[in-house]
Design a binder for this molecule. Sequence first.
Ligand SMILES: [Zn+2]
Length: 192
Amino acid sequence: MTSYRSSWPCAALVWHKRRPEFAMSVMSLLPILQYPDPRLHKVAKPVAKVDDRIRKLVRDMAETMYDAPGIGLAATQVDVHERVVVIDLSEDNKHLQVFINPEILWSSPERKTYEEGCLSVPGVYDEVERPASVKVRALDDQGKAFEIDAEGLLAVCIQHEIDHLNGKVFVEYLSRLKQDRIRTKIKKAQRG
Ligand SMILES: [Zn+2]
């Protein structure tokens, strides 16, 4: 069943307060593309150089994510087609994780189902099955390579955001019928 609720359960606990230290520097809230915008299906290009332009993008994306509020955001969702992802699963918005040019090196054969939501598909939550854990390599906001083993919600989130960079929105895992219903609901909401 597709359920429609006001917030993603894991998001609901989190992101009410903005990070005060973020308020000190100049930032912009970026508009988030809404499904079924065709720009959500563009494949993002690798970041060639992690420089001040990318660090500004990371700050703006983080601010946009905290403001929404959400637990993850891919650059594709703000119409920047470069491989940048921000995630913060903490309750105090103090654990920003930045993944530039993220690559999944390994996925567990074991799979798990989570109810997912997306800032680009507001009000829609549904179950998606994915590998339960993944090993990811990426660059941080200083251009330094790192690897992490992710499981649980972090594994879900990373895979969801990397999908965005590849032009895929989570609703594409659902049946045609559900996708049609979601498009109808969003069109109605946009009109109303
Ligand atoms: Zn999403």
